[in-house]
Ligand binder design. Structure first.
Ligand code: RFL
Ligand code: PHB
Length: 392
């Protein structure tokens, strides 16, 4: 069976779903293809921090009601080292804030809005391949319900995440990849407990990094630096709480609120950028083109910015036939991407114990943290990157 649409979107993560929704609001049709089931994408635990710009675009797009009701607005974060806590006041330093609202809740809101508007989303597709992206009539082939399907379109949006197929459709030497893998991972837990802190706590300790985040008044998210090759089965609840208590300890006796651990997982840490983010009529957006380590809370927000830039370019093309904005897409997105890459690498380097680091390097980290928490200029640099730089 063959379908015809204006934009064929591969991947129903935040990038693909938001793209489809924003295009729809501008009268542009799309079809979304997703390998996983709806239940699966709506329950996978990932990001939690939304920049104010992300909140604004979701709100303007009419998918912000539940986020406004259930999300937590945080006007700062805490940095903890040497047993002391220092607040970075986003409000005072930037006039902006972040919202803690889980990525899978954003996904639920977007899927619901798309289906309500009568969108075509194929879940559970297989064998996706992209064809003719250097012609004016690209197409996507896939199988669904056992049958061969084709989507013919004007543009293909590769929103299929880091492990998708679209990036490979831009072959070397056109495409150049930049990659860095960190010698540690994050052990993430979900805990049934009230919040331990009113704002996120990023902690550097001799035993490694720890992060206290939240999800709801009754469910909390916490992370611990771990060996990237470690396995969940090696971490009993007791071992997790012992590490969290040790790494988060303060001179005045702060302790995390403990509760039943309902989920454990290990996340790899990498930085990655593929350039350019376009070949002919194929445009990459989000994790398909770039990955950041989660320490800067930037991945989802970068996916959203790519989509904002791409939507303006596609709208301009369909209204006027002009290609200037399409031509600018990759360069404009990559400029923001590299800023976020640097910020995420910098936060990661400042806050983790590196296996081969000596005492000298540890003292440098402490000095950097001391500077960031005592100089207004340094704090402002952290704050403006964390809340998100304006789209220029
Ligand atoms: P996604 O979310 O990976 O979605 C891609 C979708 O494409 C599907 N897919 C395919 N579909 C069709 N055909 C194929 N061949 C396909 N191959 C794959 C996949 O099934 C999937 O549904 O990419 P997208 O949309 O670019 O969104 C990116 C974000 O998901 C990601 O950057 C963030 O989760 C990163 N991240 C964070 N970002 C933030 O902005 N703030 C945070 O606080 C934050 N915390 C995190 C994070 C990521 C984490 N993990 C698990 C890596 C915390 C963690 C622990
Ligand atoms: C989260 O809540 O999952 C989270 C928060 C901040 C980060 C990364 C992840 O930097």
């Amino acid at each position: 069976m063959t379908y015809r649409t204006q934009v064929g979107i591969i991947g129903a993560g935040p990038a693909g779903l938001l793209l489809s929704h924003l295009l729809h609001l501008q009268g542009i049709e799309s079809i979304v293809l997703e390998t996983r089931s709806r239940g699966d994408i709506e329950s996978t635990i990932r990001a939690g921090v939304l920049e104010q710009g992300t909140v604004e675009i979701l709100t303007e797009a009419g998918v912000g009601d539940r986020m406004k009701r259930e999300g937590f607005v945080h006007r700062g974060i805490h940095l903890r080292f040497n047993g002391r806590t220092h607040r970075i006041d986003f409000d005072e330093l930037t006039g902006r804030a972040i919202t803690v609202y889980a990525q899978h809740e954003v996904i639920k809101d977007l899927v619901q809005a798309r289906l309500k508007a009568g969108a075509t989303i194929f879940f559970g597709v297989e064998g996706v391949s992209v064809h003719g992206v250097e012609t004016a009539r690209p197409s996507i082939r896939f199988t669904h319900d056992g049958g061969e399907r084709v989507v013919e379109c004007d543009f293909v949006a590769g929103c299929d995440g880091f492990h998708g197929v679209c990036r490979a459709a831009i072959p070397s030497p056109v495409r150049k990849d930049y990659a860095h893998v960190y010698p540690f991972g994050w052990f993430g837990i979900l805990v049934e407990a009230p919040p331990s802190s009113d704002e996120l706590i990023y902690a550097l300790h001799e035993r490694g990094f720890a992060l206290v985040s939240t999800r709801s008044p009754t469910l909390q998210r916490m992370y611990l630096q771990c060996d990237p090759k470690d396995e969940v089965k090696n971490w009993s609840d007791d071992r997790i709480w012992t590490e969290l208590r040790a790494r988060l300890a303060t001179r005045d006796g702060w302790e995390p609120v403990e509760g039943r651990i309902v989920q454990k997982n290990i996340v790899a840490m990498r930085s990655f950028v593929a350039e350019p983010m376009r070949l002919g009529r194929l445009f990459l957006a989000g994790d398909a083109a770039h990955i950041v380590p989660p320490t800067g809370a930037k991945g989802l927000n970068l996916a959203v910015t790519d989509v904002r830039i791409l939507v303006s370019a596609l709208v301009d093309f369909f209204r006027t036939g002009r290609e200037e904005l399409l031509d600018e897409y990759s360069g404009k997105s990559l400029r923001r991407v590299w800023r976020a890459e640097h910020f995420s690498w910098w936060m990661t380097s400042m806050l983790h114990r590196f296996p081969d680091a000596d005492d000298f390097q540890h003292r440098l980290q402490i000095s950097q943290l001391d500077y960031v928490t005592s100089s207004r200029a340094a704090a402002q640099t952290l704050a403006e990157n964390y809340v998100g730089l304006p789209l220029s």
